[in-house]
Design a protein around this ligand. Structure first.
Ligand code: HPA
Length: 259
């Protein structure tokens, strides 16, 4: 099943029938919201609101491990994460979509792995991941190519068909937040090769990989990053742009469910 991690409101997708609202408890605590199970033309889809139903979890306090584990428990094997980003690359403009293909991690204090060796959680299940955790293994996963090429290709096809402006690749820098960056931090990230900046893409991407789920992220440029436009950043600007793009985001999601 496809899982969507996004802002609240997505369960209001037109044409999608809501089948269930599941409250999952996990060995890593509760997820930020119940998981909504929907159906479109016989295909099932799961939705999870990253920041909670009422947007009460700031980026640095999102229960990322519980969220990914909850999706896995429900049977999700493909994940599409929707994220607002600031643009660092000057070719990326507000409103553009970006199908990111790599990341730089600048977070500081996030719980970012299930594999904690002898400190690993007690979990149930017969699959490989559950076995490795139960055996308290030390595991190093490969993230050379962190985002799922199949979902990325599907997104490219959809965005192409819909004539939405998009960039087929980009490096995402994840900062700790919740404050926005300084102009100097953005200059540093630019020198290091980042195209966009956000606060929620990490550790989601690596946790999904640890659980062997195919994960891709569709980013929406909400604003020029700090110091690029010369004016101050506000969350209002980010939310307004996301609201403007909401219909387009929903269209992309519906097409992906059907693929
Ligand atoms: N910085 C970090 N996160 C963001 C931004 C930004 O400029 N815009 C949207 N999310």
């Amino acid at each position: 099943m496809l899982g969507i991690i996004g802002g609240s409101g997505l369960y209001k997708l037109e044409n999608i029938k809501i089948r269930d609202e599941v409250y999952v408890n996990t060995p890593f605590g509760g997820p930020s919201s119940p998981v909504i199970i929907g159906e479109l033309e016989g295909k099932r889809v799961a939705f999870l609101a990253r920041h909670g139903k009422d947007h009460s979890y700031p980026p640095h306090l999102v229960p990322y491990k519980a969220n990914l584990w909850a999706l896995r428990e429900i049977g999700v094997n493909r994940v599409l994460a929707i994220s607002a980003v600031g643009s660092i690359n000057k070719l990326f403009r507000a409103g553009d979509f970006v199908i990111i293909d790599n990341f730089l991690d600048f977070t500081r204090k996030r719980d970012s792995t299930y594999y904690e060796g002898k400190f690993s959680a007690e979990v149930e299940g017969n699959d490989e991941v559950a076995r490795l955790l139960r055996e308290k293994k030390v595991v190093h996963i490969d993230v050379t190519e962190p985002y799922c090429p199949q979902v990325r290709n599907s997104l490219m096809d959809i965005l192409e068909e819909k004539h939405f402006k998009y960039h087929p690749a980009g490096t995402y820098a994840c900062t700790e937040g919740p404050r926005f960056e300084t102009a100097a931090e953005i200059r540093m990230l630019e020198k290091l090769g980042a195209d966009v900046v956000g606060m929620t893409g990490y550790p989601e991407v690596v946790l999904a990989r640890e659980l062997t789920m195919c994960y891709a992220s569709l980013c929406v440029v909400a604003n020029p990053a700090a110091g690029i436009s010369g004016y101050r950043l506000t969350s209002k600007e980010v939310l307004e742009l996301m609201a403007e793009r909401e219909e387009n985001i929903k269209e992309v999601i519906m097409e992906l469910i059907l693929k």
